[in-house]
Design a protein around this ligand. Structure first.
Ligand code: IVH
Length: 704
């Protein structure tokens, strides 16, 4: 090797180490030290240097995270040390019996097992792996398999951002030695959020939807194309080690906690729920985690307690199946079988027909479940759900329960495929399903089901903002047949209202006055927004009001007229046209005109004195964590501020929205504990899509 080549090798080594360091800060610690731009520059520099010097290739370079060539299959390889399973139970008695068995096994005079400390981890519900490092460098990854022989998934696991590829930089920084051979064992999991994002994109792409995060993790690791694994946001949590062979240094470990501390220093993401506890506190901790279970970022099916003292571990040894020094306290199942009694189809404010499974009530992890979301027509078809079927239902995190699949063996012979209604179940008018859309929608504004939500929206802050008219009153007015369209609100008299339950004379008078006041103060942008036209939020309404003098002018606009406006795309233009082409809607507008609810535009686009429109962002506090797939964080923050929102620095009760991207870290957990609304990057993009301006950014976010 020439001298200049040597220095190139040295440059490459340093650059790789630096990028490994920043990857760790970003993915494992959720605490990046440099900007995305600075990182991209480093990465690009490494790529160029590697392209120029293929002879200095490194299979574990940070650039190899993207995944290599497609493989023919997986080779089976034996584990050097068996990967045992765990002794387990779901009862307190099971736990105390375990303690008693272990104590019996010990010679008199040895430390009392039940008085010792335990390392307690969550029991991750994913795919178990063994990752082998030789001289501190990633060399192989095997699945657990049957515990004796696993499958070689080295190429796939290399793409997982949580798996350090080179321990040497980390060890150097922490001034700790590295064993010649180190087998790290742990579990690959999907966070619930990444799992939902994955399934959403699978659904959109017409690909297989995974039944649960565990299957998704296993399916993603066992991919013949490592590039697919690379595209999935997998997490890896270590929980122990297999073989460890020290060279000249002596074994540094006599406690389980020291092993875990070292793994953390080597760059692994040791879970924050793991802790050391005296034996007497283990069961209580299990219960504590059990209660938090549905608020965690990922699924766990129990906790695992391991005696902390490694000498005691060896003294106890193994049975023919599991260690005598470790025990899994399992949680009750959150998946269960029940009968699908009925499929209801509900109508939302924008007319979307949403199917809901009505179930024979079933208790899942302590909660009775009687309804589950079914998403849309395609989902029912894909799962071939039929009324009367026995189905597997699961609760994942804090979300609405889901029907996972049909138990086909239990299908009744007369079960018929479900016919998704193509008419609105509430008003019987024809429903429409737009090209490329998953949902059927009712487009009749007078539809009673839509009415309740539509009128609630009409009077809400996003609409005419009629004081004191909440959803409860709207429901009562509809139930009494007093209101069938938003226009009816303006004809209500005190005499109409007084018979309503809990309506006193004074409140009836206030009510009528508030409606009257709203009629006079209604501006064109407010009224357009109040109509609840699909995809027309307050900002788009304002744009429209700037270009059309009144509802007549807007209703006469062609798709071409509309799309010529700065912020209106073909989809928005289409739904505006759809609204005005509907006879019921036109009739409603005529009634507005008769009543005198007919504001004309006062806003001119040049009028700078006009206050900014109220948007869903106005006055709201936002915080970002994790990576957004298609947008730099500073850009996202600027958009929030531009739309009237505020970006804050930490999670508190005052926070309105946490936007959680990939690998969200502790902020997400904290937000969930405080009950702060959490938005996925998709939901955030959808909110932005309601705003005019920044069209390009929104486009790239929505259809990447
Ligand atoms: S310790 C010798 N800790 O559970 C100790 N296992 O039932 C053996 N698992 O396939 C394992 N989370 O993949 C341990 N915190 C945890 C775990 C864990 C999940 C899995 C493991 C194994 C299975 C055993």
């Amino acid at each position: 090797m020439s001298v200049s080549n040597l220095s190139i090798a040295e440059q490459l080594r340093e650059l790789r180490e630096e990028i490994h360091y920043h990857d760790h800060r970003y993915y494992v610690l959720d605490d990046p030290e440099i900007t995305d731009t600075a990182y991209d520059a480093l990465y690009r520099k490494l790529q160029l240097l590697e392209e120029a010097h293929p002879e200095l290739d490194d299979a574990n370079s940070p650039t190899k995270r993207v995944g290599g060539a497609v493989q023919d299959g997986f080779i089976s390889r034996p584990h050097r040390l068996r990967m045992y399973s765990l002794d387990k139970d779901i009862t307190y008695e099971g736990w105390t019996n375990f303690l008693a068995r272990a104590e019996n096994k010990l010679e008199i005079g040895e430390i009392q097992f039940s008085k010792s400390a335990f390392w307690v981890d969550p029991k991750f519900d994913g795919l178990a792996l063994e990752i082998i490092y030789e001289n501190g460098v990633y060399s192989k990854a095997l699945t657990r398999g049957d515990g004796f022989v696993g499958e070689d998934v080295t190429e796939n696991v290399r793409t997982i951002r949580h798996v350090p590829l080179d321990l040497r930089g980390h060890a150097k920084r922490h001034k700790i030695p590295i064993p010649d051979i180190l087998e790290v064992r742990g579990e690959v999991v999907f966070t619930l959020q990444d799992f939902f994002i994955l399934n959403e994109s699978q659904r959109k792409g017409g690909h297989k939807v995974f039944a649960n995060p565990r299957n998704a993790a296993a399916g993603s690791v066992r991919q013949l194309d490592p590039k697919i694994t690379a595209s999935r946001k997998l997490s890896f949590f270590p929980y122990g080690i297999g073989l460890v062979q020290w060279g000249i240094v002596d074994n540094a470990w006599n406690k389980y906690e020291s092993i875990m501390e070292f793994l953390k220093k080597y760059g692994f993401k040791v879970n924050r729920l793991s802790k050391i506890l005296p034996c007497k506190d283990v069961y209580e901790y299990y219960q504590e985690i059990l209660h938090k279970r549905h608020k965690l970022e990922f699924e766990i099916d129990g906790v695992v307690a391991k005696i902390n003292d490694l000498a005691l571990q060896s003294a106890l040894g193994f049975t023919d199946r599991h260690p005598r020094f470790a025990f899994a306290l399992k949680f009750p199942a959150h998946e269960g079988e029940t009968v699908l009694r009925q499929i209801d189809v509900q109508v939302g404010r924008t007319g979307v027909l949403t199917p809901v499974a009505i179930l024979e009530p079933v208790s899942l992890a302590g909660v009775t479940v009687a309804r589950a979301t079914l998403h849309n027509e395609d989902e029912i078809k894909a799962k071939d759900l039929r009324v009367g079927d026995t189905v597997v239902v699961r609760r994942a995190g804090d979300v609405i329960p889901e029907v996972v699949r049909v138990v086909e063996d239990k299908r009744l012979p007369n079960a018929e495929p479900f016919d998704f209604p193509h008419i609105c179940p509430s008003c019987q008018s024809p429903a429409v399903r737009g090209e490329g859309e998953a949902a059927w929608r009712c487009v009749n504004l007078a539809c009673p089901a839509m009415l309740r939500r539509g009128i609630s929206y009409f009077v809400s802050k996003s609409g005419l903002d009629i004081e004191g008219l909440g959803a409860k009153w709207v429901q009562a007015l509809i139930d009494q047949g007093l209101v069938k369209t938003p226009a009816d609100l303006f004809r209500l008299t005190e005499a109409d209202l007084l018979p309503l339950e809990r309506m006193a004379e004074k409140s009836a008078a206030n009510f009528v006055a508030a409606v009257e006041a709203a009629k006079h103060s209604a501006t064109l942008p407010r009224l357009i927004a109040a109509l609840g036209i699909r995809q027309v939020g307050t900002r788009t309404a304002r744009t429209l009001a700037e270009h059309f003098t009144d509802l007549d002018a807007l209703g006469a606009a062609t798709v071409e007229d509309l799309t010529s406006l700065p912020d209106v795309g073909p989809e928005v233009a289409g739904s505006i046209r759809e609204f005005f082409d509907n006879a019921e809607n036109r009739h409603l507008l005529e009634r507005f005109r008769e009543i005198g609810l007919w504001p004309v535009s006062v806003i001119k686009s040049t009028d700078s004195a006009v206050p900014a429109a109220v948007t869903p962002f106005t006055g709201k506090r936002f915080l970002f964590t994790g990576a957004l797939p298609d947008m730099a964080r500073d850009k996202a923050q600027a958009l929030v501020e531009g739309a009237g929102g505020k970006v804050v620095g930490s999670v508190s009760k005052k926070l309105d929205y946490l936007v959680a991207g990939a690998d969200p870290g502790s902020k997400l957990a904290k937000a969930q504990v405080l009950g702060v609304a959490v938005l996925s990057p998709e939901q955030f993009a959808a909110m932005l899509a309601e705003l005019p301006g920044e069209t390009q950014t929104r486009k790239s976010l929505l259809d990447p």
